[in-house]
Structure formats: C-alpha cells, structure tokens
Design a protein around this ligand. Structure first.
Ligand SMILES: [Zn+2]
Ligand SMILES: [Zn+2]
Length: 354
C-alpha cells in the first residue's frame, strides 16, 4: 500500500469511528433501561450533534425514575452534559467543547421576546422528550446529543474537568437565575435552605459575589460540612430560627423550608423560591409583614442563555473552590446507569461517561 493509500485508509477508519452510531440508555419507565443505538440525525439549520464526554445525574432525574415526578417514556433522560461539537449547521464550530441549556425555545413568542425564554410557550426540554418524536436523541445519558436551534450552547474552557462543566447546564445556571432575582449581594446577609447541588453552589456564588455572611440549613451533618467548606459562616438544622436576612434562597422544596425562608426576612428582604417543583401544600404569607417590611417573594424555574454563560464563567473562576472531591461521584460507565438509579452513589452529582 502506498503512503497516500495508507493515509486515506486511516482517514476513513477515523471517519467511521468519529461518525459512529449514537448509543443511548433508553428509559422505558420505572427501573427499566435499555442500552440502544439510535440513528444519527440529519441536522436542520442551526442544529448540532454533540459527542458527549460526560453527563451528571441531576436529582430531578432520580425523582422521574422513582415516579415522584412524571416523565415521557421511552426517552433518553439526562440534561446536564458536556461534549465536543461533532457536526453542525449552527454557529459554534466543529471541535468546540461545549455546555448547553436545558431548554429549546422558539425565540419569537411573547415570553421569549420579554426575556423569559425559560417559559417559552412551545418549550421542549433536553432529557425530557419522548423518543417517539422527531427528537429521539434529546438526553445526555448517551454517546451523543442532538441539539435543536433553540438550545443555547456555550464554549467551555479545556481547564474545566468534565464532571464540573456538566453541572453548568442545570444546577449552576439555575442558581445564576436565582441570584439575579435576589439582586446585588454585596455586603448582604444570605440564607440558603437545602444543601444539594444547587444550595451548595448558591453558597459558593453568594460568597463570590461579596455576601457579608452566608447561613445554610440542611438536615444532614455531611451536607452542612460541605456548606462550610463552600464558605458558609454558619450552618443550622432545619427549624432553627434565622432572622434579619436580606436574601433567602429556598432549595429544599419542603413546606417547612419555604416557611422558614419567609420568616427569616429582614426589612427589604427577598425570598427566591426554586425548590418547589412538585405539588405541595400551600404556605400562607402575612401581607402586612410584606407591606410594612418592603419584603419580596419570587420564584425561579430554569434560566436564560446568559445565566448558562455566567455559570460556565463561575465554574472556571471562583467555582473551582467548591469541594468538588465530595460533590462528584463516579465516573461510572453509561452501561451502569440503571444500577446508579437503584443504588445512588454518595455525592451530589454522579458523573456518567459514555
Ligand atoms: Zn436538573
Ligand atoms: Zn418562545
């Protein structure tokens, strides 16, 4: 074989490997997963195919698999991921390492036009769509993900480890949206209720943005220790009275947590609720206390593209100081995903590699 022929044979082989058939963990409901190949999508204008290098398991997927939250099936779950653009008809070039948003939005509806694209009237979501649609390769528990034109894509620096970068696309970007709703944190007293991945990130971002004092509440001593490592000045068990805070961030979703955040506010304080994503009991507020104290209660669900960019920047900067060795578990191979749902690893995020 001539040198040229040998080189071209190698190229063909490389091309075949590079263009391999996508492999995904198809979720059929309950604990039923099936490792399956899915055809490579023909890309439309603005679309990309990402070769995933890692996914992280968000708590909401655990709720979906356990049945606490409803989810389309069969489907490819997973909405936190990082990978390399392998093929594209969009603007981010092939070969770029990227993180991406959880929402695919139209950009034209009333909500998109007023900067609330997270609530696009025709939103579709990464890792939440039935595989029996025109978007079967929609989740990150796979070798590849197909990103429609409406999904925000942000380049990620090579210095950021895969497991860290993957958390940008749900947990960290949502915290950025919460903190925008909370306003300027410089010199503020901040209360974070619920130390999962989002709560721990919120402690780190609040410190990074100049909060004078961060107080964190969680029932688990291990998680309270993590919050201290992330920069919380004080940690308490749920139910402990915390008062006179400027900003309270609610991430537990528990009725008691919402009440304790409402009760913690000082004059001019703001509560941002983000944990309450499943139906729960109503919680009453005292309107006079709101009025006389100039207090605010607001809610945040998902995020805007600029929050994803802020998340990636935070992770590449002060976010490096979060206790990642305790946060991340794994990596586990994609084939072991069903076991991970049955017997969760210790840690706030399990890294899955295809
Ligand atoms: Zn999530
Ligand atoms: Zn829209």
């Amino acid at each position: 074989m001539s040198a040229t022929a040998a080189a071209s044979a190698l190229t063909t082989e490389a091309e075949t490997t590079r263009r391999s058939q996508p492999l995904a963990q198809m979720w059929n409901g309950g604990s039923d997963f099936e490792l399956r190949t899915i055809s490579r999508p023909a890309l439309g204008l603005g679309e990309s195919l990402i070769r995933l290098t890692a996914a992280t398991v968000c708590g909401s997927d655990r709720h979906t698999v356990s049945g606490r939250r409803s989810g389309a099936c069969p489907s490819v779950l997973g909405h936190e991921g990082v990978g390399i653009v392998e093929e594209t008809r969009g603007v981010v070039p092939v070969g770029t390492r990227v993180a991406f948003s959880v929402t695919s939005v139209c950009g034209e509806c009333r909500n998109c036009r007023r900067g609330l694209s997270a609530k696009c009237t025709s939103v579709r979501k990464v890792g939440h769509e039935s595989a029996e649609t025109d978007w079967p390769l929609s989740g990150t528990y796979a070798s590849h993900i197909h990103l429609p034109a409406g999904v925000a894509i942000v380049p990620v620096s090579d210095s950021l480890p895969d497991g860290v970068a993957a958390t940008a696309g749900c947990a960290v970007a949502t915290v950025m949206a919460m903190l925008q709703a909370a306003g300027d944190l410089t010199g503020r007293r901040v209360f974070v209720n619920g130390i999962g991945m989002l709560g721990l990130t919120a402690v780190g971002v609040a410190r990074s943005r100049g909060a004078a004092e961060v107080i964190a509440a969680d029932p688990h001593p291990h998680r309270r220790r993590l919050a201290e490592q992330a920069g919380a000045a004080k940690t308490v068990e749920p139910g402990t009275a915390v008062d006179d805070v400027d900003v309270a961030l609610e991430l537990s979703g528990a009725e008691a947590g919402v009440r304790s955040c409402l009760g913690s506010l000082g004059i001019g304080g703001t509560v941002v609720l983000a944990g309450s994503v499943t139906p729960g009991p109503e919680v009453s507020i005292d309107p006079e206390q709101m009025v006389r104290g100039w207090r605010t209660v607001t809610g945040v669900h998902n995020f805007e593209p600029h929050h994803l960019a802020e998340a990636v920047d935070f992770l590449a900067g002060d976010g490096a100081q979060l206790p990642w060795e305790d946060i991340l578990a794994g990596p586990i191979p994609l084939a072991d995903l069903p076991t991970e749902f049955a017997e969760p690893s210790r840690g706030l995020r399990t890294v899955v590699t295809p």
